[in-house]
Design a protein around this ligand. Structure first.
Ligand SMILES: Nc1nc2c(ncn2[C@@H]2O[C@H](COP(=O)(O)OP(=O)(O)OP(=O)(O)O)[C@@H](O)[C@H]2O)c(=O)[nH]1
Ligand SMILES: [Zn+2]
Length: 347
C-alpha cells in the first residue's frame, strides 16, 4: 500500500537512511569524524562527518564502519552525518587508570574498533624493553581477540635474545627493525589488515610510522632525559599503507597510530581474561584449588609448582601476579623500581 501524499509520516517515523553510504572512520577530533568512502583512493578527498542525534550515546571510534548521509562529497566545508555504526569485529579497550576504586579508574574506553592486529612496538635499547608493558598489551590483545605482533625496534643497538627468550613459550610472532632494515617482513604482516601500533614514548614508533607511510609525516621526538618524548597528538589516527607493488587489487591495509595510549589500564578485564593473556600459564592452573586467585597469598596455587617444573618462565608468573595486584589497586605496577632484580620487568 502506498500512502497518499497527505498521510506521509513526517515526524514520528525516523528516516531509515536506505541511501546511506559506507564510510570508514580514520580520525576523531572534537566531535568531527574523518571518514573515507570504500572506493576512495589515497588522493580522493576525505569526508568530514558529525554524529546524528539518533545514535544516542554510542561512541564512534577510529576503525568504525559507519553509514553516512548528507553531503559526502568531501568538498571544503561539506558536512555529512553518521547515522549508524556497523557491528564491530573487534573492540580494543583500555581503562584510563588501573585503580578500580575511582570513577576515572573504572572508565573504560574503546580505543579502536575492527582492528585485526596489535603491533606492540618496543625498543631493544634506549629506552630498554619493558616486558611488563608488553605483557599488558598481550592481555589487551587477547581480550579484544586481536592477534599480537611484537615489533622490536633499535635492533642496531641491542640484540633481541633476552626478550625473545622471555616469550619462548608463547610463539609470539616478532619482527626486528633497524634504521637500515627494509621492513619487508613487517610490511608483509601488515598487508590487507588493520593493525594498531602501541608503544612507549621514545621507542621509535613515529619513526617507524613515517617509514611505513611516508606521506603521514608524523612528528618524531627525541628521548629526553626523563624518558618522556614530546607529545604532539593524543588521539588515534588510521593511515593507509602504500599500495603493494605487485598487485593493484591487493588491499595494502591500514595502520592505526595511537599517540595517546602509553599503557593499557586493564581494570575492565576480568581475572579470568587476564589469565588468557598468559597462555603459557593457563594449563598450570588446572591443579589449583577451587576459586584460587593465583596470587602470592594463595599457599596452594599450582602455578608455583608449574614454574618450578620448568613449564613456564618464573618472570612471566611474576608479571602475571603484578598485573593481578595492579588491578586490585595494590601499588603502581608501572614503577620499574618495584622489581629491582629484573631489568626487563617495567611496564
Ligand atoms: N638507534 C636507533 N634509533 C632509533 C631507531 N628508531 C628511532 N630511533 C630514534 O629514537 C628516537 C625516538 O624516536 P620516535 O620515533 O620519536 O619515538 P616514538 O616512539 O614515536 O616516541 P614519541 O615521539 O615520544 O611518541 C629518535 O631520536 C629516533 O631517531 C632505530 O631503529 N635505531
Ligand atoms: Zn592458582
Amino acid at each position: 500500500m502506498r500512502p497518499g501524499k497527505s498521510s506521509r509520516p513526517r515526524t514520528r517515523t525516523r528516516p531509515r537512511h536506505e541511501d546511506a553510504v559506507d564510510g570508514f572512520v580514520i580520525a576523531v577530533d572534537r566531535g568531527r569524524y574523518t571518514c573515507v568512502l570504500p572506493d576512495a583512493g589515497p588522493d580522493d578527498p576525505v569526508v568530514t562527518a558529525m554524529r546524528a542525534r539518533e545514535l544516542g550515546r554510542k561512541s564512534v571510534v577510529v576503525g568504525d564502519r559507519v553509514g553516512l548521509v548528507g553531503d559526502t562529497s568531501g568538498a571544503a566545508g561539506a558536512l555529512a552525518r553518521i547515522v549508524r555504526i556497523a557491528e564491530r569485529s573487534s573492540v580494543l579497550r583500555r581503562t584510563a587508570d588501573d585503580d578500580e576504586s575511582t570513577a576515572e579508574g573504572r572508565l573504560e574506553r574503546v580505543v579502536v574498533a575492527n582492528a585485526d592486529q596489535l603491533v606492540i612496538v618496543s625498543a631493544l635499547a634506549d629506552p630498554p624493553p619493558r616486558t611488563g608493558f608488553v605483557d599488558r598489551c598481550l592481555v589487551a590483545a587477547y581480550d579484544a581477540d586481536i592477534e599480537p605482533l611484537l615489533c622490536l625496534t633499535k635492533a642496531d643497538l641491542a640484540g633481541p635474545e633476552a626478550v625473545v627468550d622471555y616469550y619462548t613459550e608463547l610463539e609470539l610472532p616478532y619482527v626486528l627493525v633497524r634504521p637500515d632494515s627494509d621492513l619487508a617482513a613487517l610490511r608483509a604482516l601488515l598487508t590487507g589488515r588493520i593493525s594498531v601500533l602501541v608503544g612507549h614514548s621514545g621507542v621509535g614508533k613515529s619513526t617507524l610510522v613515517n617509514r611505513l607511510v611516508p606521506a603521514a609525516d608524523r612528528a618524531v621526538g627525541t628521548v629526553s632525559a626523563i624518558g618522556r618524548g614530546r607529545h604532539t597528538s593524543t588521539s588515534a589516527v588510521a593511515l593507509r599503507l602504500p599500495a603493494v607493488p605487485d598487485g593493484a587489487t591487493t588491499d595494502p591495509g591500514w595502520i592505526i597510530d595511537t599517540p595517546g595510549v602509553r599503557s593499557f589500564g586493564l581494570a575492565h578485564v576480568s581475572a579470568e581474561s587476564l589469565l588468557h593473556g598468559f597462555p603459557d600459564l593457563v594449563e598450570g592452573t588446572v591443579d589449583c584449588p577451587a576459586n584460587c586467585q593465583h596470587t602470592t597469598e594463595e599457599a596452594d596455587c599450582a602455578l608455583d609448582a608449574w614454574v618450578a617444573a620448568g613449564k613456564a618462565d618464573a618472570r612471566r608468573l611474576a608479571s602475571y601476579r603484578r598485573l593481578l595486584a595492579s588491578r586490585s589497586g595494590e601499588g603502581d605496577p608501572r614503577e620499574p623500581e618495584r622489581n629491582p632484580g629484573d631489568p626487563l620487568a617495567g611496564s
